[in-house]
Design a protein around this ligand. Structure first.
Ligand code: CS2
Length: 384
């Protein structure tokens, strides 16, 4: 079997561009993968074009060897753009090889360890009673792992003011009320989307009774394990870190010193299934459970389900953002995973179990999109 084409598509679908890669072969088998570098899809599409030059004619079954060649061939190894391009190709290779063997992708990863994947749900309501009501409603629907956000989402078209320190007492107040209303059984966390500094995070946690939060996701930016080390010495809330990491090397300092307690790997950014399986193994060393990031299309969700099925150290997968409301997704994706009873069933159809309507998506326009911008009151830039 030989690779005969590697195509990349970027198209606007509701609230972000979706970046998909299709790998075709002379045997007629093909596979689909997705990249997660939202907002910089053109860079990923360019990288896929480079990789195509040497992937043509190669045997797609040599997934591990092709991964090494993609990662190391340009001397300037790795990085966010290349890892995201490799991720999409690697997932597509798994899809096509599994289809050629008439087996589900999880079988290529060592088989499944569970039949369904537990999910966590997110409320994006702003801080206030509406957030608490929404979390209570989710609990009544059966969700027992819940995540809040700061509730300030901003818009890519206009600058939004965000004062990290001013957010602390407000967020702490409403998370405390949420915990009181939800009771002790529910797992409750917050994604602070790396908007705080180390001392701001300490103040935030200290303003809540102990036991309010089961995890805090990315309170600060994640380039510096030293900053996390200093935070760990001052607070004891478990950390969920890793959605921005692109490799096992990014994860390593956070795993080796047990600086993260949940591994938020994004398989569409961190080099695909090949690299993510290694990251999960690395996390297993220190009994860290995976909590994969899953904010993209049904392709990412399907691949994440196979990953979550095959690893032992799983906490929960992120609830897909498109569920229910995105009718267009039924046109673009055939047999997309559907959430049932707060979980996703592991699909045993060959490959990823999801197909793409290529005739339709090839005509969908790409839209330049920028992530929202947040500024402090003094006009200086702060993290979204
Ligand atoms: O946890 C999450 O899903 C978020 O952090 C993401 O939606 C994130 O904001 C986006 O992927 C950035 O493009």
């Amino acid at each position: 079997m030989k690779i005969t084409d590697v195509k990349a598509y970027g198209f606007w679908a509701g609230f972000r561009n979706i970046c998909l890669v299709k790998v075709e072969t002379d045997s007629g088998f093909y596979g689909w993968g997705e990249s997660g570098l939202s907002g910089r899809e053109k860079a990923v599409i360019g990288a896929v074009e480079h990789f195509k030059q040497f992937l043509m004619g190669k045997d797609p079954r040599q997934i591990g060897a092709l991964w090494q060649e993609m990662y190391r061939s340009q001397y300037f190894e790795g990085g966010r753009v290349l890892a995201a391009a490799i991720a999409a190709i690697d997932i597509a290779l798994h899809d096509l090889v599994a289809k050629s063997l008439d087996i589900p992708v999880y079988q290529l990863l060592g088989g499944k360890q569970r039949d369904e994947i537990p999910l966590f749900a997110t409320s994006i309501k702003p801080m206030g009673q509406a957030l608490v009501d929404d979390l209570v409603k989710l609990k009544s629907q059966g969700w027992n792992v819940l995540r809040a956000t700061t509730g300030v989402h901003g818009s890519p078209d206009s600058a939004t003011t965000f004062e990290p320190r001013e957010s602390l007492s407000l967020v702490a107040k409403w998370m405390t009320i949420a915990r009181q209303e939800l009771g002790p059984e529910v797992t409750l966390g917050i994604d602070y989307h790396h908007r705080l500094s180390v001392p701001e995070t300490v103040s935030f946690i200290n303003r809540m009774p102990s036991g309010t939060l089961d995890f805090i996701e990315e309170p600060i930016r994640d380039e510096s394990p030293v900053a996390y080390q200093s935070l760990r010495q001052m607070i004891d809330t478990p950390f969920a870190i890793g959605e921005e990491f692109t490799s096992k090397w990014d994860f390593a300092p956070f795993v080796q010193s047990a600086l993260t307690n949940f591994g938020r790997v994004d398989i569409c950014n961190a080099g695909g299934l090949t690299e993510s399986m290694k990251i999960a193994a690395l996390c297993e060393l220190n009994y860290i459970d995976m909590m994969p990031h899953n904010p993209l299309s049904p392709l990412c969700t399907a691949a994440s389900v196979h990953f979550c099925a095959a690893i032992n150290n799983l906490a929960w997968l992120e609830h897909p953002p498109y569920d229910g409301s995105m009718e267009d997704y039924d046109k673009y994706f055939i047999h997309r995973p559907i959430v049932q009873n707060c979980a996703l069933k592991v699909n045993s159809a060959p490959g990823l179990g999801v197909d793409v309507n290529e005739d339709l998506i090839r005509h969908l326009p790409f839209k330049y999109w920028e992530a929202p911008r947040l500024y402090k009151k003094d006009g200086s830039y702060t993290n979204w």
